[in-house]
Design a protein around this ligand. Structure first.
Ligand code: M6R
Length: 597
């Protein structure tokens, strides 16, 4: 989704802004722009499409000496992805970039238009720069004008504004959308960004702004910020390492990151979650898991594990629905939010609501210091490393693993599992993580098979029990990157309606674990096969009713089969999408981190 960068210092600003935006590219965008203010002059460049178009636009421009810069990648919300609608938005002497949505922009626009203000874009953002300049015209100094502007806005925002009226300062405001200020302690340069990625390797200290913060920043002011933290990070972890796509690389590294996820938490002696040591489990009698998209599927999978292993009632909520359904919440339910990015607006707002109602909140998240982690009482990091592919893979794997560990940790605390059972669970987890190691021959087989699945009128992914959320996830992966229609269903539900679609043009990807309800799923698949649907079976045992068979290794536990099948589904989606010629890492219309409602 939209990304922001900013810079104050003596280095070449254009290239710093462009490389910062490059780091945010994976989040999804449809236009981009930068503005540089140096020697009292504003230089603004914008372009539709990929960053290369913007780079071409500003090829001949270089900036030397002290100056300021702001940059933005836009994911269209108000108005089409055109150059005019791209940020920065331009006033007479000021430029602005903005993430989020200004809900009351129409009324502000109308009142500014009455004062003679002319708008060039269809965006909500443009009102901010004109409102600021109108307050300056009324005699306010730039910072007072900025503060007045911000207090007039309703909605979510992260904003950077630069103006010729104050050529050494970037004005900033944050509410609901992430914004970070960082500094390189040696060079004294100051950076802004909407997430850590552009700052890694450039800055050594960061400040994650809180909602409601409004300020001005120059080379001297950084030290006055509250909650400055050191920034560490390894840029190498976000490279493709010889793979064509980040998604492919991320699928292949799952077995490594799962071991990271388990490190220090899982052993034959039992389960240890230091992060939850101070949590009073006696006061908790149920869990509510809340998330969006892939994280919602991981939550659903987690609910089967927690109820089965820890014997605690667990319900699952889609975050975008939760807020407005007037949910009934009890203080003795633990509210668990699951998010890769930690910035998903729907999940963050659901979390805030649960906190307002007095619930204890636990975040299961991949990004430390993200808004969701900071807003929660407790957090468990998934340790997947930076995930760049918009279609989530290793984040899902590690979320399911953390939820599985949590289920065992709760069961252990509640005295449900004896030593032998705990040991068995720990060993199964190890086996499950090994099962995600991609077998090159299997990958090749799926790649060949993928050409048979490029037509038809749609896909059903079906499974039972915990393989139902996996079926949902398999369908989501395929539709996100192949743009083919795919649905996930509990296999027992097919006969209650969806089977009406079964014919020669329907592809059914069937999840048939040996260790969980095999015969039940088999009879559901037979019903589909009898109606001529094309069956692609994922199973360890050959199923004679299938048209295609993707063999997974035989295992003794359904969770090992779960993780084996997860990899197959991810590779299947990848290979179909590649054959269709799609941009796997940045699929159309999607953003990595969805920071608007
Ligand atoms: O960062 P989050 O886990 O909160 O994101 C939630 C969803 O937006 C995300 O999982 C989305 O569905 C992915 N594109 C799935 O591949």
């Amino acid at each position: 989704m939209c990304g922001i960068v900013g810079y104050i210092g003596n280095n070449e600003k254009k290239s710093l802004l462009l490389s910062g935006l490059k780091e945010l590219e994976y989040r999804g965008y449809d236009s981009a722009g930068i503005s540089v203010l140096e020697n009292g002059e504003l230089h603004t460049f914008k372009a539709v499409g990929k960053l290369i178009n913007l780079e071409r636009k500003c090829e001949g421009f270089h900036s030397s000496g002290f100056g300021l810069g702001i940059g933005h990648t836009r994911w269209a919300t108000h108005g089409k992805p055109t150059e005019i609608n791209a940020h920065p938005h331009i006033g007479h002497y000021s430029n602005i970039v903005h993430n989020g949505i200004i809900e009351n922009y129409q009324s502000i626009k109308e009142s500014l238009q009455k004062q003679g203000c002319v708008f060039s874009s269809q965006t909500d953002t443009e009102v901010i720069v004109h409102l600021f300049e109108s307050y300056v015209t009324q005699g306010n100094d730039p910072f007072s004008a900025f503060k007045k502007t911000i207090s007039d806005l309703k909605g979510a925002y992260a904003i950077l504004l630069i103006t010729q009226k104050s050529p050494d300062t970037i004005f900033y405001a944050k509410n609901g959308s992430p914004l970070i200020i960082a500094r390189n302690t040696k060079t004294k340069e100051v950076f802004f960004a909407s997430s850590d990625a552009p700052l890694i390797g450039l800055a050594s200290e960061v400040c994650y702004l809180e909602d409601g913060e409004v300020g001005k920043m120059d080379l001297e002011s950084f030290a006055r910020l509250k909650n400055i933290k050191p920034l560490s990070g390894d840029k190498l972890s976000a490279q493709k390492d010889g793979f064509t796509f980040f998604m492919e690389k991320e699928i292949y590294e799952q077995h490594k990151v799962l071991l990271e996820t388990m490190m220090g938490r899982v052993s034959e002696e039992g389960f240890c979650l230091d992060e939850l040591e101070s949590l009073n489990l006696d006061s908790i009698n149920s869990l509510t898991l809340c998330a969006c998209g892939t994280s919602y599927h991981a939550s659903l999978a987690g609910s089967y594990l927690i109820e089965r292993i820890a014997k605690l009632k667990t319900k699952v909520e889609i975050a975008s629905e939760f807020r407005y359904k007037e949910p009934i919440l009890h203080k003795n339910e633990l509210f668990v939010v699951i998010s890769q990015s930690g910035e998903t607006a729907d999940t963050l707002e659901a979390l805030k609501l649960a906190k307002q109602k007095g619930l204890t909140a636990l975040a299961i998240c991949n990004v430390d210091n993200s808004s969701i982690v900071r807003e929660s009482d407790y957090s468990l990091l998934t340790r997947a490393g930076i995930e760049k592919g918009v279609a989530s893979t290793k984040a899902f794997a590690t979320q399911v693993m953390v939820l599985w560990i949590l289920a065992n940790f709760l069961a252990q605390k509640r005295g449900i599992l004896d030593k032998a059972m705990l040991k068995n669970e720990a060993n199964t987890m190890l086996e499950a993580s090994k099962a995600t190691q991609v077998d090159k021959k299997l990958h090749e087989h799926i790649k060949r098979l993928s050409r048979r699945y490029l037509h038809g009128h749609g896909f059903f992914f079906i499974g039972r029990d915990i393989f139902y959320p996996l079926a949902l996830e398999g369908a989501l992966k395929l539709k996100e990157i192949s743009y083919l229609h795919a649905e996930g269903y509990p296999s027992g539900e097919m006969k209650h309606g969806p089977i009406a679609l079964a014919d020669l043009g329907l592809f059914c990807v069937t999840l048939m674990p040996q260790n969980l309800l095999y015969d039940k799923v088999k009879s559901n698949v037979e019903e589909l096969s009898a109606r001529d649907a094309m069956i692609c079976a994922l199973s360890a045992e050959y199923y004679e009713g299938c048209d295609d068979w993707i063999a997974i290794p035989s295992a003794k536990h359904y969770m090992v089969e779960f993780f084996s099948m997860m990899v197959v589904l991810q590779v299947f989606a990848l290979e179909v999408a590649v054959r269709l010629g799609n941009d796997v890492d940045m699929p159309r219309n999607l953003a990595k981190s969805v920071t608007v409602e």
